[in-house]
Write a protein that binds this ligand. Structure first.
Ligand SMILES: C[S@@+](CC[C@H](N)C(=O)[O-])C[C@H]1O[C@@H](n2cnc3c(N)ncnc32)[C@H](O)[C@@H]1O
Length: 226
């Protein structure tokens, strides 16, 4: 019999006793990650007079969506008049009300079908990115690849969000972290970095939550209003 490595044995033990795993199974979510989005949504609603992250009728783009916990939450929030487009490198089983695209977000060929899934305007109210690179265990390399994805997702958000739009962006603590937060602050009127309780303590992930997307960066607005 193959001997289990200590890290996989620890993961298995943690998985079995994890209340979020149990809740996901009970409530029909495909991943425990769904609770991170629910917690982020609740904390935004607490800050912004009851207005949560995803609202009825919204158009939502999700990057790094497999296996689909966040997409399930998004689809139930937008309701029948909203739209959700979910993209991942990995194939996903269908979710009612969600357009699923399979491929690399950095591949330009996917941008056209992604926009088409949002309807005639091709614009979104919310951009979600939970993308994470395949972890190698080499901290600096993992952080670097995570930052490349986060920066590309932030740039993309600026092309696809409607003014006033919202973003949730997975970030990894590391050398590029502060610069990404600074860049987000130029484009969103309110930015907060959160570690939702469902995110494991040992994970270096954090979530940037931005609302009030500005079409033009604040620096330019300030420059021209002088
Ligand atoms: C943490 S998982 C997402 C979990 C998901 N939010 C959920 O609720 O089930 C991260 C995902 O990012 C995807 N990913 C990483 N790099 C990507 C890329 N360049 N393009 C698309 N998806 C990517 C991975 O395939 C992986 O499925």
């Amino acid at each position: 019999m193959t001997k289990r490595r200590p890290s996989s044995a620890r993961w298995l033990a943690e998985h079995r006793s994890d209340p979020y795993v149990a809740a996901a199974r009970r409530e029909g979510y495909r991943s425990r990650a769904a609770y991170k989005l629910l917690e982020i949504d609740a904390s935004l609603a607490a800050r912004e007079a009851g207005k949560g992250l995803i609202r009825p009728g919204d158009a939502v783009v999700e990057l790094g969506a497999a296996p689909g916990g966040w997409s399930q939450v998004a689809a139930s929030r937008v309701g029948m008049h909203g739209r959700v487009v979910a993209l991942d490198l990995l194939p996903m089983d269908p979710i009612p009300g969600v357009v699923i695209l399979c491929g690399d977000f950095l591949d330009d060929a996917l941008l056209e079908p992604l926009r088409a899934g949002l309807g005639p305007s091709g614009k979104a109210d919310v951009l979600l990115s939970d993308m994470a690179p395949n972890m190698t265990g080499v901290k600096i390399a993992d952080q670097g690849r995570g930052s490349v994805l986060a920066e590309a997702a932030l740039d993309f958000a600026c092309t696809i969000l409607r003014p006033g739009g919202r973003i949730v962006l997975k970030l990894f603590q590391g050398p590029d972290f502060q610069e990404l937060v600074r860049m987000a602050r130029l484009r969103f009127s309110r930015v907060k970095v959160e570690k939702p309780p469902a995110s494991r303590d040992r994970s270096a992930e954090l979530y940037l939550v931005g609302s009030g997307f500005r079409d033009a960066p604040m620096v330019l607005q300030e420059h021209f209003s002088e």
